[in-house]
Design a binder for this molecule. Sequence first.
Ligand SMILES: O=C(O)CCC(=O)C(=O)O
Length: 256
Amino acid sequence: MAESTCTLEEQGFTRVPNVLDDATLDALRAQVEALWEQEGDRAGSEFRQEPESRRLANLADKGELFYRLIALPEVLSLVRTVLGPDCKLSSLNARSANPRQSRGQPLHADMAALPDARGAWVCNTVWLLDDFTTENGALRVVPGSHRWGRLPQEVLPDPYAPHPDEVLLTGAAGTVFVVNAHTWHAGTANRTDAPRRAIHGFYCRRDRPQQQYQKALLRAETRAALSPELLALLALEDPENDRLSQAVTTRSGFLK
Ligand SMILES: O=C(O)CCC(=O)C(=O)O
């Protein structure tokens, strides 16, 4: 088994370096900044907004550069080792931890999800648009916690506090972290003067609802441009996904 797959299974996360080249990084940074400018106070509102961070949601509808990311074989094959072959995009968002944040996020599992009888059903990919350093709000994760069958808010006196077993995921811009999203994790506080930006490509198993129902969010013109592979990954022609989505409101692991 490749080392990355082994780490993902045992620890709940793995690192894929050098996925994005400099030209793609520059283009993605320019596009997210343009969207923050355009969307202003509404930015992120298709999902959730977060104090002291800028967020964007529904990126699959906001440019080819974004939706191309979700089908990249190098990353998608790792997502499939967590979720099995039959997975779909749950949401595609961006998050920028503001300079000089007063605190980081609480430890959480995405969608407050626990594995079910079939195993893991949520997996996140964090695409670094800036270097993640020890100072600027890198992601902390608690290795192995995807196997504990408990949510941090149920068992920790203070999910904001450092966990004795946590590790900090630092890395260069262009790296992607693939995280079994049942693993306890959180963005730490950005203590620098520059924003720390990342894109979150969040996936789920096909028998579970999407966090953001892509069919209701994507414009006809976006849909018309998609390849069969992307139509399938976004579950745009999937009656079971339509049925599952009726019952759901967008859920974060911790944002109200
Ligand atoms: O951008 C990050 O550091 C990850 C944030 C995260 O885990 C979340 O917003 O749910």
